[in-house]
Write a protein that binds this ligand. Structure first.
Ligand code: NAD
Length: 377
């Protein structure tokens, strides 16, 4: 059983799209893009090439069948038989099927607007830079890169090439999550005091890339703990200024040096709010956010799984209807890339970079035992 199956099964057991504001886009010269934000592309479909035809890409491709604004228009894989099978299944012509050696030629493919990188974490940086240099928008899975230095390289490369960089933060478009954010902004919880994020599952096959430092860049924190890092920021609505963290390892055979099994971390925010989070590959049934303020609370459980996301606040159940996350995400990303829209919670490279800076600080705090100060701007 793959990790994806385990996670899906676990989430199944546990248990509208975002408001967008038009803005002028600084980005230019892309096939299908609308640099001036005039809306001339409104209604056009975002033509996406998927890179890395693994388990999550399969989920994205299926979800994109229901998109109104996005479609699978290209494929990049090292396996010819997958290119053939996926090409037939999703109607991608042979001319828009590439491998890892020749995908720079996507530059001359007028039928592709963006490349969605869904490969192991360690490959994201170099692949994103090559896509940017080919003049296509980059959509990259989380974690955007292995560390903040790599993330900055990606942000710079995309800025240099005049393309946009987005991160696959599907929760940023999830209706119940957005309702909690709306309530916080309306003052319903009063001053926010505390956030708790519990993110984890028991990982299977010890031979998978997620347990290989060279490909994953770490362990649970890179893969699942990042949801607590990112969630703390969008739930509290501030950028943390300090981090403390503690690591525990109960299975040193499965979790080698540099591959974290369990990390508890704490974040401090400028308002005085604090967050306490758990990231683990060793415990099941952990997908819960809780936030409390002076006048109320919000609870999401499951908080980050494929849904439906469920939750309640001091005012009652959260009841926004579920739509497949990846369908909503890709339609909203079409709005961002083609119409210059701004999502309620950012999904751009700077957003991914903030999480990577916090992750770097969490690992440093584990190593030193001391508090790490952050300046995220
Ligand atoms: P996976 O192992 O199922 O798929 C990875 C794909 O990359 C495979 O098709 C593999 O052949 C290909 N690949 C290309 N070069 C490779 C190399 N050198 N070594 C190994 N594989 C190589 O993994 P996945 O679960 O699809 O995860 C891929 C990315 O998507 C990761 O960054 C992961 O964090 C992210 N992801 C995000 C979500 C989400 O909900 N946003 C969910 C799952 C995975």
């Amino acid at each position: 059983m793959t990790m994806d199956h385990l996670r899906r099964n676990f989430l199944q057991k546990l248990v509208a799209s975002a408001v967008v504001v038009p803005m002028l886009s600084p980005y230019r010269a892309l096939a299908g893009a609308d640099p001036a934000g005039t809306g001339s592309n409104r209604g056009a479909a975002l033509r996406v090439a998927l890179m890395g035809l693994g388990s999550y890409a399969a989920r994205v491709a299926e979800a994109m069948r229901s998109c109104k604004r996005a479609r699978v228009a290209g494929l990049i894989s090292g396996t010819p038989s997958k290119l053939q099978a996926w090409g037939t299944k999703f109607g991608v012509p042979e001319k828009s099927r590439y491998n890892y050696e020749n995908f720079d030629r996507i530059k001359d493919d007028p039928d592709i607007d963006a490349v969605y990188i869904i490969t192991p974490n360690a490959l994201h940086r170099d692949q994103a830079i090559r896509v940017a240099r080919a003049g296509k928008h980059v959509i990259c899975e989380k974690p955007m890169a292995l560390n903040a230095k790599e993330g900055q390289d990606m942000v710079d490369a995309c800025a240099d090439a005049g393309v946009k960089l987005l991160v696959g933060y599907r929760m940023h478009f999830e209706p119940n999550t957005l309702e909690v954010i709306r309530m916080r902004e309306a003052g319903d919880f009063g001053k926010i005091l505390f956030f708790q994020g519990l993110c984890g599952f028991r990982i299977g096959d010890p031979g998978q890339w997620r347990l290989d430092k060279a490909l994953a860049g770490g362990g649970a924190l890179m893969d699942i703990g990042i949801y607590a890092v990112n969630g703390a920021r969008y739930m509290v609505g501030e950028e943390p200024t300090w981090v403390t963290a503690q690591q525990t390892r109960t299975d040193p055979v499965k979790f080698k040096e540099g591959v974290d099994e369990t990390i508890q971390f704490q974040l401090g925010f400028p308002s005085g709010a604090v967050a306490s989070c758990l990231s683990t590959y060793q415990m099941n049934h952990l997908d819960r956010f809780f936030m409390t303020g002076e006048q109320g609370f919000a609870e999401l459980q499951p908080a980050t799984g494929y849904g439906p996301i469920r939750g309640r606040t001091h005012k009652g159940e959260l009841a926004r209807p579920h739509t497949t996350h990846q369908t909503v995400q890709m339609d909203e990303m079409a709005g961002i890339l083609l119409d210059g829209k701004t999502p309620v919670v950012p999904v751009d490279g700077e957003e991914g970079l903030k999480d990577l800076k916090i992750i770097d600080a969490i690992y440093a705090a584990c190593d030193t035992g001391g508090r790490q100060d952050l300046r995220l701007g």
